[in-house]
Design a protein around this ligand. Structure first.
Ligand code: FMN
Length: 368
């Protein structure tokens, strides 16, 4: 029998030493120095009883036992059962070992729901560190207070859902201030508060958020908004105000951050959204929680798009942006606060049907 080190494993150093995860298992296995060098030597097919493998001070039985354990964990493959070649469309061939390992490591979390064990866990979590602030504010930045006369979102839900489309063409017209303020309010501001027991007072927004942690923050670039000068602002949800972070922020600077994506420089305004990670880590201490940032982003993006539609505006969204440069421009670290999503809205160019002007109705399709 010939053996070989499996591909697509992720190894990392921890305080306990070198560990490996071999998806689809999410179990972390400790690698001793001897096993690590054995695996290094197993880059290509080698006879399992090759005497050269004993150079790692293994006795014959020890080596056989080690190889059996490594096979069982999928870390070593055998020529009679080599790892199946991954299809071109396999997610892990396309997205690589880091995505696969993350997926594996974030599966099958053990949930403690209800009962004394859950209450005990809540107390343990909440007493370990002070609760991170649920809102962010820049008290020293110049603040532009937005109108609190919100537009009535009176479009029937049916119409708002049916008419929502991604818009990529916008007319060179200012977004009315009230509509702009209404969109920020309904997408990012709290609408109610709830008593969260050990978790304190929790904000509730139009969008759902895991554990009501509402880790999202919003940074706005108003390109064409009535009465709001171009610049980079943070939206303070509690004050319903724009806090000026960079008055010299330009449309060209924006274009650079969003990979020159045209809809984002022709629209009325752009929102860079981030996730303040401590709001999640304070409660959720499992890799699965990273999924929450992404799922929550989908919720507020849909709220943003539906609100835009109800206001007669058009919305656009993308993850095509330069993460590191965006985080630098926003002044966030990329660890405590991560750039997540880019949303935009403005007056769309539409056909008489209300659909995006470039929308193409399908013709006949060839049946197969
Ligand atoms: C996460 C996400 C990222 C997207 N990124 C882009 C993008 O980079 N460029 C683009 O033109 N459209 C982008 N879109 C829009 C999609 O192409 C669009 O939603 C899709 O074509 C369906 O059209 P609809 O939104 O009008 O239903 C994105 C949509 C989502 C949900």
């Amino acid at each position: 029998m010939k053996i070989r080190r499996a591909r697509d494993m992720v190894c990392f150093w921890t305080e306990e030493g070198l560990q490996v995860i071999r998806p689809p298992s999410s179990v972390r296995l400790q690698l001793s120095a001897r096993v690590t060098t054995l695996l290094t030597d197993l880059a290509s097919w080698t006879a399992a009883d090759d005497p050269a493998l004993r150079r790692h001070d293994f006795t014959g039985p020890e080596l056989a036992q080690t190889i059996a354990s490594l096979r069982e964990a999928g870390i070593v493959e055998t020529d009679d059962q080599p790892e199946a070649r991954r299809d071109y469309l396999s997610p892990w061939a396309a997205w690589g070992p880091f995505a696969e390992t993350y997926h594996a490591a974030s599966r099958d979390a053990s949930y403690v729901i209800g009962g004394p064990a859950s209450a005990e866990l809540d107390r343990e979590l909440t007493s370990a560190a002070p609760m991170p602030a649920p809102f962010k504010t820049y008290p020293d930045a110049p603040a532009l207070f937005l109108p609190r006369v919100f537009e009535t979102l009176s479009m029937p839900v049916h119409d708002a859902l049916a008419k929502r489309r991604t818009h990529r063409d916008f007319v060179d017209e200012e977004t009315p201030l009230d509509a702009f303020a209404t969109m920020l309010h309904y997408t990012f501001a709290p609408l109610r508060f709830i008593a969260g027991g050990d978790f304190g007072v929790l904000p509730l927004k139009a969008s759902a958020s895991g554990g009501a942690r509402h880790e999202a923050e919003c940074y706005v670039v108003p390109l064409r908004v009535e009465g709001v000068p171009l610049g980079l602002y943070h939206y303070d949800t509690m004050r319903h105000a724009l806090e000026l972070l960079d008055p010299d922020f330009t449309a060209d600077g924006l274009s650079r951050l969003v990979c020159d994506h045209e809809p984002l420089t022709h629209c009325g305004f752009v929102c860079f959204t981030t996730a303040v990670t401590s709001r999640l880590t304070w409660k959720y201490r499992h890799p699965r929680a990273y999924r929450l940032c992404l799922l929550d982003a989908g919720h507020y993006a849909q709220t943003f798009a539906v609100a835009a539609t109800a206001l007669g505006l058009g919305a656009f969204q993308t993850i095509a942006f330069r993460d590191s440069e965006t985080e630098r421009a926003l002044g966030v670290s990329g660890t405590d606060e991560l750039a997540v999503y880019v949303l935009a809205a403005g007056h769309p160019v539409t056909a008489p049907s209300g659909l995006p002007a470039r929308y193409r109705h399908p013709g006949y399709q060839q049946s197969r």
